[in-house]
Design a protein around this ligand. Structure first.
Ligand code: DC
Length: 218
């Protein structure tokens, strides 16, 4: 059993940016579980299934094989043997992942993959249910959050920098809706584990958050 660090929190809290940096500093493998849900979502989209079609999604799970490989330390997601990493961040994919991830059969499909990775090596794994469901015995658990306004501002700046036109209010509304879906679903809802350390990054720099988490991993 390797060292297991669990980082949970809402969308846009900076989990992946922070986890990647802590992984580098500590020599752990970074495991992005959201990317796995996005990988399955690509399968559902490519099968022509609508996000509302729960039965279709459950059926399509049977023909999907999501696997992970690391290239130069970066996680690559494979769907039925094909590297689909470049498509993971598409808006449509995020939307399908958000709507399909509450389905128990979808979660079950990825649980063993996630737990297997943590069994074999030192990992820092981020998601929504890592400290509560996937790695309940993790050595360190962090619940990383930030206000809706802060998260919307970060996303707005990111898109604007890329030259993508966007509306702040719309982004904030989308984030609040995603929080609501993640926190109120029946299976593995997003919540702070009892033994998780709460870090609110609203008024912290990336370096400060990385240092705070690295200090917990001594
Ligand atoms: O973190 P992300 O935006 O890449 O995650 C995509 C979707 O997957 C998100 O809507 C919530 C879901 N997810 C989940 O239910 N459980 C996880 N451990 C990780 C992500």
């Amino acid at each position: 059993m390797g060292i297991n660090i669990a980082i949970d929190g809402p969308a846009g809290a900076g989990k992946s940016t922070i986890a990647k940096l802590v992984a580098k500093e500590k020599g752990y493998i970074y495991v992005d579980t959201g990317a796995m849900y996005r990988g399955l979502a690509i399968h559902f989209i490519d099968q022509g299934i609508r996000p509302e079609d729960t039965d279709g999604i459950i059926e399509a799970c049977r023909s999907a094989q999501v696997t992970i490989q690391y290239e130069d330390g970066n996680q690559q997601v494979y769907l039925n043997g094909k590297n689909i990493t470049a498509r993971l961040r598409d808006e449509e994919v995020g939307n399908m992942a958000s709507k399909s991830s509450p389905i128990p059969q979808v979660r079950k499909k990825l649980l063993e993959l996630q737990q297997g990775l943590a069994r074999e090596q030192d990992v820092i794994m981020d998601g929504r249910d890592i400290g509560t469901c996937v790695l309940p015995n993790a050595d360190v658990k962090v619940y990383l959050t930030a206000s809706v306004e802060t998260r919307a501002k970060r996303r707005f700046d990111e898109l604007t920098q890329k030259g993508i036109a966007c509306d702040f209010e719309e982004i904030a509304k989308d984030i609040a809706e995603r929080d609501e879906r993640d926190m109120t679903r029946e299976t593995a809802p997003l919540k702070q584990a009892e033994d998780a350390v709460l870090i609110d990054s609203s008024h912290m720099t990336i370096d400060e958050v990385v240092a705070a988490i690295a200090a917990l991993c001594q």
